[in-house]
Design a protein. Sequence first.
Length: 618
Amino acid sequence: MLAAAALAATVTAATAATTVTVAVTGRTAAAAPGSDPAAAASRPGTASAAPGRTAAATLAVTPAKDVTANLFMWNWPSVASECTNTLGPAGYAAVQVAPPEDTLDTAGHPWWEIYQPVDYNLSGRMGSEAQFRSMVTTCHNAGVKVYVDAVINHAAAQSGRGTSYGGVAYTPSASYPDYTGADFHNYPNDCPVASNQISDWNNYQQVTECQLSNLPDLRTETGKVRTTLAGYLNKLIGYGVDGFRIDAAKHVGHADLAAIEAMLNRDTMTGAPVYITQEVALGASNSQLTPASFENTGSLLGFDYADAIKAQFTGNIAGFGGFGSWSLLPSGYSSSFVNNHDTERDGSTLSYKNGATYNLATEFLLAWGYGTPQVYSGFTFGGTDDSPPADANGYVTGTNCATGWYCTDRLTGVANLVAWHNLALTNNDPVANWYTDGSNLIAFSRGADAWITVNNGSSAATRTFTTGLPDGTYCDIIHGNYSGGSCSGPTVAVSGGTATVTVAARDAVAFDINTRIGGAPATVAITFNETRTTVWGQNVYLVGSIPALGSWNTGSALLMSSAAYPVWRLTAALPPSTSIEYKYILKDGAGNVTWESGSNRTYTTPPSGSATLNDTWK
C-alpha cells in the first residue's frame, strides 16, 4: 500500500464474503470465485424431468476456477487485452486491478500515489472511466471476474502538484470533494497520541483511529463516511466489478468494515455477495488485531504463507511434507501468494529478482492446493518508490512484458499450471504419491489426475517416480503447450504408474490427465447457449444428469455467463462419448429456483474435440 518507509504492519490481504467448505488436501477451502454456493435443490418442474435431490452446497463450476491474476498497476486496456489473450484461455478465475479512483499527483509519480485518494471519480493513473468500464466488460466476456483494490481507510496526505490526476484541488486533512476536516480522526478527540500517529501497534484504538504513515484517517464509524465509501464501491459493482481487496483493513476495524460491507449491492452477474479480500498484516499480539479476528468480514491475504514459501525456497523444500503442521490461516480464509507489491519491495518475500526460484515457488503455489492462489505480475524496479512505465504526466503506458514488466501470469509453466490446478480443484484431489530426497527435490500427485516434480537444487536430478496416473505419454506443460493431442515441448512416458524423469536445477516437470498424447481425451468442451430474458437479480444455470452437470442438484448447478445477453453461455468440460440429460433453471438473489418446463433435454457428447448447443428457454 505504501512506500518503503511504511511499517511492515501495513501490508495487505484477501477474502471471500461467501464461502463453502470442501475438502482440499485435508483442509477447508473457500468457494471458488465464479462458483455458486446456492441453497438446496428444487424438484424439476415436470413429471418427466429427472428427480432432483437436496444436498449440501458444493463447488458449482465445471471446471472449478479460483486463481486470481494480480496485475499490479497495469493500465485498463492492457488488463482487458490480458483477460482476452492470456487469463481467459489459461483458466484464471479473476483479475485483481489497481485502485481506479482519482489520487495524489506528485513529482516522480511514485507507485504509492494510487494509495492516496483525493476523490472517487475514476480518473486515476490507469486510464479513464470509459476504459475501466470497457475493461470490466472485456474481462467478463473472457470468463474472468474483476476485483478492485479499494482504499477506504484514509485520504491523500500530500498536496503534491496542487491537484489530483483528475485536476481536483484539495487540502490534505481538511478539504476534499467528499470530506471536510470533521470527517477525519484526530488528537485528542479520537487518537490518544499527540502526534496523531500510531505508536503502539497492539493498541486497537490507535491502530484504527490514529494515522497510518501520516495518512488522514477517515471516521469510518460515521454515517456520512460509510455512505460515501459504500457509494463508491456500489458504483464499481454497478459497472460489473465482482469483488474488492480492502486495503489497510486492519486500520478500518471490525465494526466499520462489517457496516460498510452490509451496505454493498450484490454481484450484478450472480446475485451473490461480492467477493471481499482484506489486508490484515501479521505481527500483532492483541487478538483484536490478528488476521483471525477479521474472518467474519472476508478472506485474508496469506502473508504467513508467503513467508513460509520464502523460507522453504531459500532453504530446504523437503519441509513441505510437514505443511499441515505449519501455523497458517485456515485454507478457506487465505488468499495465498508468493509476493505482492509491498512485500517484493521490502524483501520479506520472494520476487522476480529471485529469478528461477521465484518462478518455481509460483508453480508450487498453484500445484499444492492451499488457499485461493494469487499470481502476481508487476513492473520491474530499481528503487522502492519507482513509477511503473508511464508518460510524462504519470499515466501508466501499455504493458510490455519484454521490458519494464515481469509478467508472471504468462510464463509457460505458470499459465499451464492454472488448468492443472483447476482440474485438481474440480475433482477435489488430495496430495498423494509424495516423494522427497530429503533435500531440494520433491514430487507429488493430486489424486490420479495430475503430477509434478519440483527441483530447487543447484544440479539436475533423475529419479523414477510413482505418478498415480494411467500409463501413456504426457506433455510436460512446464516447458511446452498441449493442444489437439500434441505437445510443443518435451514429453514424459508413464508405465506401470511410474515415470523416469530428469528435472533440471531450479526447474519442474508437470503433466495431467488432460495432456496425455494420442489417448482418448479426458473431457470434451461443450458450449451451451441458452436464450432467456431475465429481470435484475435472476441468473440462468445449467444442471443435468452427470456429476459434471451437478447430478440434478440445483446447489451444484453451473452459472452461465450473461455477457452475450439475452444469450446465456457456458462451456463445460464433459466426459466424451457420454449420453446426458440436462435442463436450464433460473435462480434469483434469494436462491429461489425456477425450472424450465417440458421434458429433459438429451445429448451425446462427441468422442473428442468440442461442440456447441443452441437452446431457447422452454
